[in-house]
Ligand binder design. Structure first.
Ligand code: PLP
Length: 411
C-alpha cells in the first residue's frame, strides 16, 4: 500500500509571492526595528465593515440564538433573499435580466475562480492574461491541465496573453486555439480596464471559436468611467459564452467575512466527448451541492445589507476613500516622472520601474530607502517584470506619507 501524491502539485512553481515579500519585510524589520513601514503590497482592505452591514450581521447572529428563528443548513446556492437583491441591484440597472437559478452565492471569488475549472476536461487549453491573479493558473496546474513549468516562468500548455505598456494592457486574441479564457477587469494586478468595444472582441471570439470566458469582476465596484462595463453581460451575446465572478471583499470589506457569488447563465452549453451539448449551469449546481454547504446565514444577511440605501451610501464612501488614495498615488508617481497605469477604476496602481530596474530590485529599493512595501510585478507573471504594484487600501495619511518618501528617492 502506498499513498500516492497528485503529481500535478509538483508542477507548481515555487512562486510564493506573498511569502517571499513577507520574508524580506520581516528580515528588514528585524534589522531595522525602528523603521516605520507603510504596507501597500497585499490587496487587503483596512476599513472595517460599515454600520448597516454590522447591524444586519448582529441581527442574524441573534436569530441563530432563537429557537424559532434558528437556521441550520441553508441552500448550497445561497438564500433567495440575497440572490434577489443581487439580481435587482447588480444587474437590473445594467439592463441584464437573470434568473435566481443563475446566481450562486459563495464564500468568495477565490474559491469560485479556483474551483470552476473542475467542470472542464483535462485536455482543454486555457488562456490567461500575463501578468495574472495566480489562482487561475495554479488551480489549472493542480488539475493537470498544464505541462511543466518552463525556465522563463511560464507553464507548457497554457496560453499567455501579454498585457504590457506596449499593447496598452489590452490582450491580443490568441494565435492558437484556446478553450477557456480567464479575463479579469478591472484587472488585478495592473488596475487597467477594457472598454465595452474591447470586451466585445472577446465575446465575439468566444462565439466564433466555441470558447468560454471566465470573467472575474471582483473590482467592478471601483469603476466610474462611462464606457467601462461593470458586467460582461452588458456585452451582447455574453450570456452564451461567459461566466462571471463577483466578490464582496473589496466592494464592502468582506475579505475576512467571506462572501461572493458567480453567475452561470442557462444559455451556456459545452460539449461532451461525443460532441453533444451539455448545459453548464446544472454542472456547477451539482458541483456546489456536492462540495459546498453554502455561505453562513449571518454572512449572507450581512452581504444583503450592502443593498439597502444606507448600506449603498456607506460602502460608496469607503470605495471613494480608496479611490482618492489611488489618485494620490497616481498623481505623485507621475509627478516624479514614472509611467503609471491603473488606479482610476481600480484600487491598484501599476507603474514601470525607472531605468528598467527589475521588479524585485525596485521592491528592495522601496523597502530599504522609503520603507514602503510594494508588490513586484514579476511575481504575477513574466510580463510583470519591470513593473511594481501599489495598492490604495492603506489609510489616506499613510498613503500621502508613502508618496512623500518615494518622492525623496534618488533613482
Ligand atoms: N479575484 C481577484 C482578481 C482578486 O484579486 C481577488 C483577491 O485579491 C479575488 C478574486 C479573491 O476574492 P475573494 O476575497 O472574494 O476570495
Amino acid at each position: 500500500m502506498a499513498v500516492n501524491v497528485n503529481e500535478y502539485y509538483e508542477n507548481i512553481q515555487n512562486n510564493y509571492l506573498f511569502v517571499e515579500i513577507a520574508r524580506r519585510v520581516d528580515k528588514y524589520q528585524e534589522e531595522n526595528p525602528d523603521a516605520d513601514l507603510i504596507k501597500m503590497g497585499i490587496g487587503d482592505v483596512t476599513k472595517p465593515l460599515v454600520k448597516s452591514v454590522i447591524k444586519a450581521f448582529h441581527n442574524a447572529v441573534d436569530e441563530m440564538a432563537d429557537a424559532d428563528k434558528f437556521r441550520g443548513y441553508g441552500p448550497e446556492q445561497g438564500y433567495d433573499f440575497l440572490i434577489e437583491d443581487v439580481i435587482e441591484n447588480d444587474f437590473k440597472p445594467l439592463g441584464v435580466e437573470l434568473k435566481n437559478s443563475e446566481v450562486f452565492i459563495s464564500d468568495g471569488a477565490k474559491c469560485d475562480t479556483g474551483n470552476f475549472q473542475e467542470l472542464f476536461s483535462q485536455d482543454n487549453i486555457i488562456a490567461v492574461t500575463d501578468p495574472v491573479y495566480p489562482v487561475y493558473v495554479d488551480s489549472n496546474v493542480m488539475a493537470g491541465r498544464s505541462g511543466k513549468p518552463t525556465d522563463d516562468g511560464f507553464y507548457e500548455n497554457i496560453v499567455y496573453l501579454p498585457c504590457t505598456a506596449e499593447n496598452d494592457f489590452v490582450p491580443e486574441l490568441p494565435k492558437e486555439d484556446v478553450d477557456i479564457i480567464y479575463l479579469c477587469y478591472p484587472n488585478n494586478p495592473t488596475g487597467t480596464t477594457l472598454t465595452k468595444d474591447q470586451l466585445k472582441v472577446w465575446v465575439d471570439y468566444a462565439h466564433e471559436k466555441n470558447a468560454l470566458i471566465l470573467f472575474d469582476a471582483a473590482y467592478e465596484a471601483f469603476i466610474s468611467t462611462d464606457n467601462v462595463p461593470h458586467s460582461i453581460y452588458e456585452i451582447e451575446g455574453a450570456k452564451e459564452v461567459a461566466v462571471e465572478f463577483r466578490s464582496y471583499s473589496k466592494t464592502a470589506g468582506f475579505t475576512g467575512t467571506r462572501c461572493g457569488y458567480c453567475v452561470v447563465p442557462e444559455e451556456i452549453f459545452i460539449k461532451n466527448s461525443k460532441g453533444e451539448d451539455v448545459q453548464l449551469n446544472p454542472l456547477w449546481n451539482r458541483r456546489q451541492s456536492t462540495k459546498f454547504n453554502g455561505a453562513s446565514y449571518p454572512v449572507q444577511r450581512a452581504a444583503q445589507a450592502i443593498y439597502t440605501d444606507e448600506g449603498k451610501k456607506e460602502i460608496r464612501e469607503n470605495l471613494d476613500y480608496y479611490l482618492e488614495n489611488a489618485k494620490v498615488i497616481r498623481d505623485n508617481l507621475e509627478k516624479i516622472g514614472l509611467k503609471v497605469y491603473g488606479g482610476v477604476d481600480s484600487p491598484y496602481i501599476w507603474f514601470k520601474t525607472p531605468d528598467d530596474i527589475d521588479s524585485w530590485t525596485f521592491f528592495d529599493i522601496l523597502l530599504d530607502q522609503a520603507n514602503v512595501v510594494s508588490t513586484p510585478g514579476a511575481g504575477f507573471g513574466p510580463s510583470g517584470e519591470g513593473y511594481i504594484r501599489l495598492t490604495a487600501f492603506n489609510t489616506y495619511e499613510k498613503t500621502v506619507e508613502a508618496m512623500e518618501r518615494i518622492k525623496e528617492l534618488k533613482f
